[in-house]
Unconditional design. Structure first.
Length: 341
């Protein structure tokens, strides 16, 4: 269905006629006054030059240009149906560890040694960009936790926030429980059919008064699943304190207590396992309601109007020759200054 975005703009169509009428009624066309122009221009006009000799005697081409530009201003548009993006029914919070150990270059992706934060960016951005249809939020944590992005459908914005994450901005410790608590604060009141936290850490919880297992039990009581991703290449040994190790046992317990799964991510292939696990969650998949969108067509009349104006300007400059009517060829209504009557 065709329509106009601003139909009142069509009221401008008779404006040139009104200007012409009031100009004449003011005496410009009564013979009492004369338009004084330089001799060269007056002679050209008197000879029916291109300034008055456009198509239709200098009326049709400007009229077409005016009509086209007013039509463009009115905004012609056509209503077309468009299916909305798939809606998964999931609320997902990605919690990323930005503790000081993330600067260590002991992680491998595709055969290359990289720092842990670079590995996080590589893995997490790809993961988030694949979550079209989910409502995603980003929690960043070190000694404290804060929201990097609020809950949003714009997964590309979340991916950019992950790329811009900086180590040390939230402290250099690892407050896993606080990150889970902050994520749950947003997820608990949500009416979503599926609520998920994806926790990515490379260390051991060493900040905050709450134990990670207790946070996982609280999440389970609210129907929130937690998937954990262990990023460190070394695992914590019960008999040895290793500052570079990841506490895989605690991360696995968090996932088990909340009904989620735990993963060890060393390569991009491991990432596919994470995405597959998220997609296996029970969701209420739907394509969502169709959205009627207006396709704009104002550029076509605008282009036509501008082309007509260019033709008029080129004609006035004598660069192109436009046909003239008999009225224009016979014109003697204007006399150049200094010419005899």
């Amino acid at each position: 269905m065709w329509s106009l975005a601003a139909p009142l703009a069509l009221l401008l169509l008779p404006l040139p006629l009104l200007v012409r009428y009031f100009w004449r009624s003011g005496g410009a066309g009564q013979g009492g006054d004369a338009l004084v122009v330089p001799a060269g221009i007056g002679a050209r006009l008197a000879r029916g030059g291109s300034g008055t000799g456009g198509i239709g005697g200098g009326v049709l081409l400007p009229s077409l240009a005016w009509i086209a530009l007013v039509l463009a201003l009115a905004g012609p548009q056509k209503l077309v149906p468009n299916l909305a993006a798939p809606v998964s029914g999931r609320e997902l919070v990605l919690a990323l560890d930005l503790s000081g150990s993330m600067v260590r270059e002991d992680f491998e992706i595709d055969g290359k040694t990289v720092s842990r934060i670079d590995a996080v960016r590589h893995v997490a951005t790809r993961f988030v960009k694949g979550r079209t249809g989910d409502r995603v939020a980003l929690v960043l944590f070190g000694s404290t936790a804060y929201f990097g992005t609020p809950q949003t459908w714009d997964v590309n914005a979340v991916a950019r926030a992950i790329d811009e994450a900086t180590i040390g901005i939230s402290g250099r410790a690892t407050a896993i429980s606080e990150a889970l608590g902050l994520a749950m604060k947003r997820l608990v009141p949500s009416p979503a059919t599926s609520k998920v936290i994806v926790l990515l850490s490379d260390g051991v919880n060493n900040a905050g008064p709450v134990r990670p297992r207790d946070a996982a039990r609280l999440a389970a009581s609210h129907g929130i699943r937690i998937h954990t991703i262990a990023m460190g290449p070394k695992e914590l040994d019960e008999n040895t304190i290793n500052r570079d190790a990841v506490d895989t046992a605690t991360l696995a317990a968090i996932a088990e207590l909340s009904g989620g799964e735990t993963f060890r991510v060393r390569t991009t292939e491991d990432l596919e396992r994470v995405a597959t696990a998220i997609d296996r969650l029970e969701t209420d998949e739907d394509d969502g309601p169709a959205a009627d969108l207006h396709r704009e067509y104002w550029a076509w009349p605008a282009g036509s109007g501008l082309a007509a104006l260019v033709a008029i300007l080129l004609g006035n400059a004598g660069l192109i020759s436009l046909p003239r009517t008999s009225a224009a060829r016979s014109g003697a209504s204007l006399r150049p200054r200094g010419d005899p009557a």
